[in-house]
Design a protein around this ligand. Structure first.
Ligand SMILES: N=CN[C@@H](CCC(=O)O)C(=O)O
Ligand SMILES: [Zn+2]
Length: 399
């Protein structure tokens, strides 16, 4: 057993249930686990000592929603959108064509590069989705490649009905052979329940089959307009419903109802459906921000994620998402950090492992080149990520 003490921290924000903040602090790591946190003056001895030079520490980001297995470029679509064009689900087909023609080597190389960018930005736990294959062989290939790089993989065969294919036939394929082929590589299944993608009946079919296959469920819902996505997610006990831009009172009540058996003070009980807000996507598609403030006030557990993908949100910067959530969505800095760490972990069902700095949790820690975590929003657009530790090992940045 080896111990490492990170000391001389100006501030530690733990992202625990009480949003505990400790000034002049230190963190002790035993192998890959946090074994002690407290005032630096009281710190135990350790085999190795790291002087954090008055930096602030917080948990590594848990990015619970990305689409990183892709090739090609859609910057022209983005430029057209900035000139007034509306975002439509059909853009997915452009990336699908480019991704299908990329070799395993190229797709892996591209994915590794994106995962490294995320890590350098402080993301220590990463989910990604398939969904640019849209055929049995391609979806299985993308799932297999993703499973070699990221922490959790989500099957999103139900992203778009490929051109020239009958919607019902394609949904049957997703729920049958495709699901069977990807299942060994994935943890979750997702469906894009939206106008131009999958309707309520088709989404229901995908969720039913995926649940039967033993996968955790997620839904892309209420992104481009109001619709049945949120209600379906709650009805099926999905772990998250993501986007949530267009919610009515019944949607918010349904989400809040799903958390009734959860005690936020002890973070115990039966978890409901996390509402995942994607502020970088909202900006890039010129959609209204998801009502994160209202959801929190209603008692809903929320997550913030990057939704890094070539169509709607080509950034993996969780710091940018946190700053935007504070500046534009009226979350406090503590609420935004918790949503981007513990909230993401809850959405992925890994909250006992990562997402907060607590004794017994994996030592996924990012240090900021700043004395307080408030600088994440106070200095928006600045790259403040310093050394990043994953399972107690320095994996990015410099001491
Ligand atoms: N909304 C569906 N899927 C992605 C966008 C995919 C694309 O346009 O390529 C999203 O989460 O925004
Ligand atoms: Zn998405």
């Amino acid at each position: 057993m080896s111990t490492t003490l990170i000391t001389n921290l100006a501030e530690v924000f733990t992202a625990d249930a009480q949003h505990t903040r400790i000034n002049n602090a230190a963190i002790l790591i035993e192998d890959e686990i946090i074994s002690w946190i407290g005032a630096a003056a009281d710190a135990p001895a350790a085999d190795h000592v790291i002087d954090a030079q008055r930096r602030a520490a917080l948990p590594g980001w848990v990015d619970s929603h990305t689409h990183l297995v892709f090739a090609g470029d859609r910057s022209a679509e983005f430029v057209a959108r900035m000139a007034g064009q509306e975002y439509a689900a059909g853009g997915i087909a452009v990336t699908t064509a480019a991704t299908r023609s990329a070799s395993d080597y190229d797709l892996t190389r591209l994915l590794l590069g994106r995962a490294a960018e995320a890590l350098a930005g402080g993301t220590t736990f990463l989910e990604t989705k398939t969904g640019y294959g849209l055929g049995v062989e391609e979806e299985a290939r993308h799932a297999r490649i993703a499973s070699t790089v990221v922490d959790r993989v989500t099957f999103l065969g139900a992203h778009l009905v490929p051109a020239g294919t009958d919607a019902q036939e394609y949904t049957d394929l997703v729920c049958g052979e495709m699901l069977q082929r990807v299942a060994p590589y994935v943890h979750f299944a997702d469906v894009f329940c939206e106008r131009g993608a999958f309707n309520e009946a088709q989404s229901r079919q995908v969720l039913t089959a995926s649940r039967k296959a033993g996968l955790g469920l997620r839904v892309h819902g209420n992104q481009l307009g109001s619709g049945p996505g949120v209600q379906l997610a709650v009805e099926f006990g999905a772990m998250s419903v993501d986007h949530v831009n267009y919610l009515d009172d019944a949607d918010v009540s349904a989400l809040a109802g799903s958390w009734q058996q959860w005690d936020p003070a002890t973070r115990s009980g039966a978890a409901g459906t996390v509402a995942t807000c994607l502020p970088a996507c909202d900006l890039s598609t010129r959609q209204p921000f998801a009502p994160g403030r209202e959801l929190l006030d209603a008692g809903v557990q929320i997550a913030l994620a990057s939704n890094c993908n070539p169509g709607t949100s080509y950034t993996s910067s969780m710091s940018f998402c946190v700053a935007t959530a504070v500046l534009q969505m009226r979350l406090s800095i503590e609420e935004a950090i918790v949503a981007a760490t513990y909230g993401g972990a809850l959405a992925l069902g890994v909250h006992d492992l990562v997402g907060s700095l607590q004794v017994g949790k994996r030592a996924d820690i990012q240090l900021l080149n700043a004395p307080a975590v408030a600088h994440l929003a106070y200095r928006p657009g600045m790259n403040l990520t310093g050394p990043v530790f994953r399972a107690g090992v320095l994996v990015a940045g410099r001491l």
